[in-house]
Design a protein around this ligand. Sequence first.
Ligand SMILES: *Cc1c(COP(=O)(O)O)cnc(C)c1O
Length: 366
Amino acid sequence: MDSIFLSPPHMSGKEQQYIAEVFESNYIAPLGAFVDRFEQMVCNHTGVPYALATNTATAALHLALRVLGIGEGDTVLASSFTFIGSVNAILYQKANPVFIDSDESWNVSPELLREAIARSSKKPKALIVTHLYGQMAKMDEIIEICHEADIYVIEDAAESLGATLYGKQSATFGDMGVFSFNGNKILTTSGGGMLVSGNEEWIEKAKFLATQAKDDAPWYEHTTYGYNYRMSNVLAAIGVAQMEVLAERVARRRTIFQHYQSALGTYGEVVFMPEIENGRGNRWLTTLTLAKTDPMKVMDALSVHNIESRPLWKPMHLQPLFADADAVVDGTSQRLFETGLCLPSGSNMSDEDVDRVVDIVKKVLG
Ligand SMILES: *Cc1c(COP(=O)(O)O)cnc(C)c1O
């Protein structure tokens, strides 16, 4: 039997044609027309005015913190239930993370966010909020709370390209947002990211920092330090081809989720990650928790059949790296982590593949 991966790349078929155009133009480097086109497509699709293509979403988050003036000793609030790439940049800037637990949405709890702000001895400068597994966080409440407290909101939309709340796209609610085009995301350029914002100056500043912070002079003049964080034109060509099929990819992932839900939702112990009211996730990964069965047993059974599955992200406040960091938690994300798993969800999975997974899961559940 063929292997089934968690979320493998799914090419549209146009990628090689666009890469050939890059080679014909010889704009292998430096940047080039496909980078502009890719940024424009993300703007058009999401409705955000400005975008900057980067080599990773982690880099885009780092740029966001730099641009917003977050540095040594500053407090940055963040989702605890997320992937490390979401919060590494806080450490790059020598700022102090304060992790916030999830509520029943699996994303940041507005109530605990309020508590974290009230308890903080130093006014937090920003919040990094993740839309986990492509499902929207409660952005209306979160924005209101942060607005009142004068805290910047950075959306980690690495997993949620194409997800909406009230029809508005993820990454367009906060001050800045990031998307990832890493290998297993809903779209991939093999590796890549995008920083987006409604503030043109911030995106210009980020572009300056992302290209070694070269001042406007005939020679290489530097008054501050920057990074080499831009995306290559070759990878942007892949991105353009991928953006053309985003709507189809979201639709397919949602169909795969529904397939799992109708096959496994009848088991009393199975609870799928919810979708918040007025939210429409991209269902990047189908994720669920099990009330009785050890999820490791399910993962092991799938693995025997060359099917890849994964535990849920281990919350940041439980990571040894953050043993000394502050956290406002009530056990929710820990419970999700201990009882949950991610099922294979690639948009190129066939219905037969989904059935294969379902049959094995059913056997373990009994
Ligand atoms: C993948 C991911 C990132 C990091 O993206 P890269 O492009 O690999 O740097 C950040 N946050 C979340 C939630 C992710 O899933």
